[in-house]
Write a protein that binds this ligand. Structure first.
Ligand code: FAD
Length: 717
């Protein structure tokens, strides 16, 4: 900080000296013309001194963003002639610009990064890709003030060397014109006369030429990928969507809503993972398990603790009933009514415009289409442990049917995986009476959350009876004397854990094979590789949902579905980059863990000067009435500002409570706005307002309050 202040003082001092010695008056056209004779004599007497002095002055003027660079360029021509003048002016202006760029970076970048981390990150991203092009264009077009370009580029992540050489080349043409004009100084009446309108237009064209050229190259490259395929003259459909999970359903719905002819192909169940094997059944069992836990701990509500009496078969029947009750929302009938043609069959992309559908009865049909959207989702990943296939296991795909066959919950259940799915199911089955051991290779469960949150989750699961083994690596599965074991390694020791059922919940991998990606050469890297518009290698083939990532959530798949539909149908007119800035998620363990934006660990990693505001639910009246006071709201803001960078909520209904912060972040509302919003009493949502109030209390203006106290004392007489 001290170094920065010293640099600032030095810069102010130099600027002061510049004006004190009236250099600004010398660096005018008249000033230059008036002193030319003097300079020429001086130059003849001591050329090195004059060249050196001129160079240093030029560098300083540019570095300190002082007026006079154009006059100095003219002077270079007048004093040193065209060639020598051009070399001197070109290097001095580029070195001066670099100094200005570096000073701006040193003084401003860090604080701007703290204040506007996301915006600067987005600019940096753009600069990384196109920075040199932008700079070149700006340099060539003399209407942009150069000192501003130096200062603004300094706060971006553009490399200093790139800035230097692009600046030098970009400014060369303009420098040449001015130096050349300087060789005939006597004929010049004004600076504006040097650059005619025609010349400026030529520069602009020259400046945007690289961008136009890049656009053309990209267009040719895009066309290249189609060179081995024959494009149909006419298409049966505007869009064919493969997969009727959240991603595919939303895509086809939007397409039909804007009157496109769209076919949705689904090989399995309508609704995909979320409805049939994921969100819906898991939330249904979580509810039954929670009620069982409440019955067991009824004393919290002034009732007698009882061991819950239930039939596990009925619990599982309810899970299936819930799925059946939600199913009409995603059904063939509903989507047909919405204008989507639904085909129940297996889709394969056979060329960039043709999808072949294979039906269960063995028949096939081909559809040509302008665009294809791949929304084929992900499937549970099963670790290749020796013995696992022989001993048997369930995944989120099979557990709902397999466990529905059981009369009682599995007595000994091993849950492999400490992520959200593993944690939700481990707690639920423990609450329903299973003896659950959860195995996690990492040092803590729910590793994507803060340490504090993950420790809280660990406690919650332990209270529900889950035996959590972290830093335990699964090695193999074995059967001995008719009993099943999983062997895990911990601190170089092998431990055997017996189980009746093994649930694999170690992540889900995108479905990448068997439907044409390989044949078309569509690039994959764990997921399908797309650009920001969700375009694959083929600009008319898009992908959305778990097949793309980077988040595996229903709401993200739906969000991407909108972009795939709109970019697919209207991309020739306008394309939209997927906006991943404000993505919430919830892990539905009890209490729930909900998150949006960054958490504390990420704030530290990103070097953000942040502060944390906490609100504990022990303070919330509604939490007290519900005997559910465990949990907190943790808001991350930049130091001294109410802008919300991230929120984690651990509590009952956290998944619902987070919505207010999601809205605030999406629309740039700070904590003061949440505080100024009326929340009905007594609700859980009031917690959000109290968290905002906590921030306000921490930022109360103490001096003003002290004066107010004195004022009131005085008023009392
Ligand atoms: C246990 C569990 C709990 C979860 N809980 C939540 C939660 O609480 N909240 C949340 O946001 N997310 C949750 N998820 C994640 C969520 O389910 C997924 O992110 C979401 O389903 C992804 O949707 P999608 O459209 O990308 O893929 P999917 O829903 O997987 O749909 C893809 C569809 O494509 C079909 N398909 C594949 N290939 C072809 C082909 N060649 N031809 C025709 N059809 C094909 C498949 O049959 C499938 O129906 C959970 C997941 C699991 C497993």
């Amino acid at each position: 900080m001290i170094k920065k202040i010293v640099l600032l003082i030095l810069a102010i001092l130099l600027i002061g000296l510049f004006f004190h010695f009236n250099l600004h008056q010398l660096l005018t056209l008249d000033g230059l013309k008036g002193s030319m004779d003097q300079f020429t004599t001086l130059r003849e007497q001591s050329p090195v001194l004059v060249i050196g002095g001129f160079f240093v002055l030029y560098v300083l003027v540019t570095a300190l963003a002082l007026p006079g660079a154009a006059i100095l360029t003219l002077a270079a021509g007048a004093l040193f002639g065209l060639f020598e003048g051009l070399v001197i002016a070109s290097f001095a202006s580029s070195i001066g610009a670099l100094c200005s760029f570096l000073v701006s970076r040193y003084l401003l970048r860090d604080s701007l990064k703290q204040r506007f981390p996301e915006r600067l990150a987005a600019i940096d991203e753009g600069i990384k890709k196109e920075g040199a092009f932008y700079l070149f264009t700006l340099r060539l077009v003399p209407i942009f003030p150069f000192f501003l370009i130096n200062l603004l580029m300094g706060v971006t992540a553009l490399k200093s060397w790139t800035f230097y050489w692009v600046s030098q080349i970009g400014m060369l043409a303009g420098t040449f014109i001015f130096v050349n004009a300087g060789t005939q100084l006597a004929k010049i009446d004004s600076l504006s006369g040097i650059l005619s309108f025609g010349l400026i237009v030529s520069f602009v064209l020259l400046g945007i030429f690289p961008l136009i050229a890049k656009g053309i190259v990209n267009m040719i490259k895009k066309r290249q990928v189609y060179k081995n395929w024959t494009k149909p003259a006419k298409f049966d459909r505007n869009m064919v969507v493969i997969g009727a999970g959240a991603g595919g359903l939303v895509t086809s719905y939007i397409a039909a809503a804007v009157k496109a002819k769209v076919t949705l192909v689904e090989a399995g169940e309508m609704g995909g993972d979320c409805l049939n094997y994921g969100c819906v059944p898991s939330k249904a069992i979580i509810k039954s398990a929670k009620i069982a836990e409440q019955i067991r701990n009824a004393h919290h509500y002034g009732l007698e603790d009882t061991t819950p009496q239930f039939s596990f078969k009925k619990v599982m029947e309810r899970v299936h009933q819930v799925v059946a009750d939600v199913a009409p929302h995603d059904s063939v009938e509903r989507y047909t009514d919405l204008g989507v043609e639904v085909e129940k069959g297996y889709a394969k992309i056979i060329d960039p415009w043709t999808v072949e559908i294979s039906y269960e009865d063995g028949t096939k049909k081909k559809l040509t289409t302008r665009t294809i959207v791949i929304a084929t989702g992900a499937r549970p990943f099963v670790p290749p442990l020796p013995g696992i296939e022989e001993t048997g296991y369930v995944t989120s795909d099979t557990l709902w049917t397999e466990f529905a066959k059981l009369d009682t919950p599995p007595e000994k259940l091993v849950v492999l995986g400490g992520g959200p799915i593993g944690s939700e199911l481990a707690q639920s089955f423990a609450r329903l009476g299973s003896n659950v051991t959860q195995i996690e290779m990492a040092e803590r469960i729910m590793i994507k959350e803060d340490l504090e949150v993950s420790e809280f989750a660990t406690e919650s699961l332990k209270e529900s009876g889950v035996n959590i083994l972290t830093s335990h690596q699964a090695l193999r599965c074995e059967t001995k004397d008719g009993k099943k074991f999983i062997i895990v390694k911990h601190n170089d020791e092998e431990i055997e854990i017996e189980y009746d059922q093994l649930l694999c919940a170690v992540g889900r991998s995108a479905r990448l094979t068997g439907y044409g990606l390989e044949e078309l050469g569509i690039e994959t890297n764990r997921t399908i590789v797309t650009n920001e518009y969700l375009e694959t290698l083929y600009p008319n083939i898009f992908a959305a949902g778990d097949i793309v990532g980077p988040y595996q959530f229903t709401h993200v798949a739906a969000h991407q579905g909108w972009y795939a539909a709109v970019n697919g149908l209207f991309g020739n007119l306008k394309k939209f980059k997927v906006d991943y800035r404000v993505i919430p998620w919830t892990t539905f363990i009890d209490p729930e863990v909900a998150r949006v934006g960054i958490n504390e660990d990420e704030a530290k990693q990103k070097g953000i000067d942040y502060e944390i505001t906490r609100f504990d639910f022990e303070e919330l009246d509604r939490a007290i009435t519900d005997s559910a006071t465990k949990g907190f709201i943790k808001v991350i803001t930049p130091k001294g500002k109410d802008k919300i960078l991230g929120v984690t909520i651990v509590s009952e209904h956290a998944g619902d409570l987070i919505a207010e912060f999601v809205l605030a972040m999406k629309h740039g509302l700070g904590l003061n706005k949440i505080l100024g919003t009326i929340h009905s009493y007594p609700t859980w949502a009031e917690g959000n307002k109290y968290a905002a109030g906590e921030w306000k209390r921490n930022h109360a203006p103490q001096t003003v309050l002290n004066w107010l106290e004195k004022y009131h004392t005085w008023r009392r007489g």
